[in-house]
Design a protein around this ligand. Structure first.
Ligand code: PLP
Length: 370
């Protein structure tokens, strides 16, 4: 039996050709191709907002926090159930992540719990668009307006998804961070992007991604370098390269196919697992999102996981809650998050998953419980 992978990139000849074209030009760093990718992303999102491409989703989060001048002593509200990247970005600016509970039906940050955890030190709230869904986000913006907090949406998993009002993720809201790492909805090898309604943030991150050399972006986009320049802020080497952008641009042309396929996979899981009493699917609007991961809550999760592995089916756990890690442990328990963590399992979901392989996943789950 072939191994069924949990996730993977889908690379066609077009991405390979695009990389060769950049290599042939012998201008590999940040230049024209990154500018074009940013314009393409803007066109796709159909927004007047600027899009700033960076090296990873993690650097997008770090740059956003840095642009808001979040620093030691500040607190940032964040769901414990997220990728370690969200937490590392917060501690990178010296701030303290305050772990929040989730809604057990959607696994989205629970705004009531977040409200309880607001103090004088709270500056930012980072809702994570878990499994690509923004369901529940409105409650977070209500809270943010009430307490004058900034919002950074960790939309690493949600490129191409829609908000509940059917506008595209990134086209409204405060600061939105995307990831284009190898297995996300589209990839640029590694990569990320920041979108914001706040032009000050955009101007800041544009420079800060290139060691805070003022206006270096404009020079590089026209194949020039800055020789006489000034630096006033902390900067980083967090820019995107032409090689990455070339991959991303081709991937973006394929997004409608990716979307259709991932939605089809989700609807087949929903139908196929409906009758399995021991399995619960998340209550997400799958027709509005491009599901990066398909997560179930399963009885006897660890046994099911071993069973699937023994049938050559990879699965995952997204994620070990961060408040259980040594660096981020908190005195307060998070009972809902901890209970959810015991039951969640991520099933194979990627563009090249065949209908046959997916049926094998579903039938193997059924066989386990029978
Ligand atoms: C992937 C991911 C990130 C980090 O993105 P990278 O591009 O891998 O740095 C952050 N948060 C979440 C929820 C993610 O899934």
């Amino acid at each position: 039996m072939n191994k069924i992978r949990l996730s993977k990139s889908s690379i066609s000849q077009h991405e390979k050709d695009a990389v060769i074209t950049v290599l042939d030009k012998e201008f590999l760093g940040m230049g024209d191709e990154v500018n074009l990718f940013e314009q393409d992303l803007k066109t796709y999102l159909n927004t007047s907002r600027s899009v700033v491409c960076v090296s990873t989703g993690t650097s997008a989060l770090h740059l956003s926090l840095s642009a808001l001048q979040i620093s030691p002593g500040d607190e940032v509200l964040v769901p414990s159930l997220t990728y370690i990247a969200t937490y590392q970005a917060i501690s990178a600016v010296g701030a303290t992540p305050i772990s929040c509970e989730i809604d057990p039906l959607t696994l989205f940050i629970d705004h009531n719990d977040a409200r309880q955890k607001i103090t004088k030190k709270t500056k930012v709230i980072i809702p994570v668009l878990y499994a690509s869904s923004a369901k529940g986000l409105e409650g977070i913006y209500t809270l943010a307006h009430e307490f004058n907090l900034r919002v950074i949406e960790d939309a690493a998993q949600a490129f191409g998804s829609l908000y509940e009002d059917l506008t595209a993720v990134g086209t409204k809201g405060d600061i939105i961070c995307f990831s284009f790492d190898g297995i996300k909805n589209i990839t640029s090898g590694e990569g990320g992007a920041i979108v914001s309604s706040d032009q000050n943030i955009i101007d800041h991150v544009k420079d800060a991604r290139l060691l805070a050399v003022e206006k270096d972006t404009d020079n590089r986009y026209t194949a020039q370098r800055s020789w006489d320049f000034d630096v006033k802020e902390q900067g980083f080497r967090y820019h995107m390269s032409n090689i990455m952008a070339a991959i991303g641009r081709v991937q973006l042309t394929r997004i409608n196919d990716f979307k259709a396929k991932r939605q089809e996979i989700a609807s087949r899981y929903l139908r196929g697992l409906k009758a399995v009493q021991a399995v619960t699917c998340l209550e997400l609007n799958y027709e509005q999102i491009i599901p990066h991961i398909f997560v179930i809550k399963a009885k006897r999760r660890d046994n099911l996981r071993e069973y699937l592995l023994s049938h050559n089916i990879e699965c995952g756990i997204h994620y070990k809650p961060n408040h259980l890690l040594t660096k981020y442990q908190s005195a307060e328990p998070l009972p809902i998050t901890e209970a959810v963590y015991e039951s969640i399992l991520t099933l194979p979901c990627h563009f090249d998953l065949t209908e046959e392989d997916q049926s094998r996943v579903i039938e193997t789950i059924k066989a386990f419980y029978e």
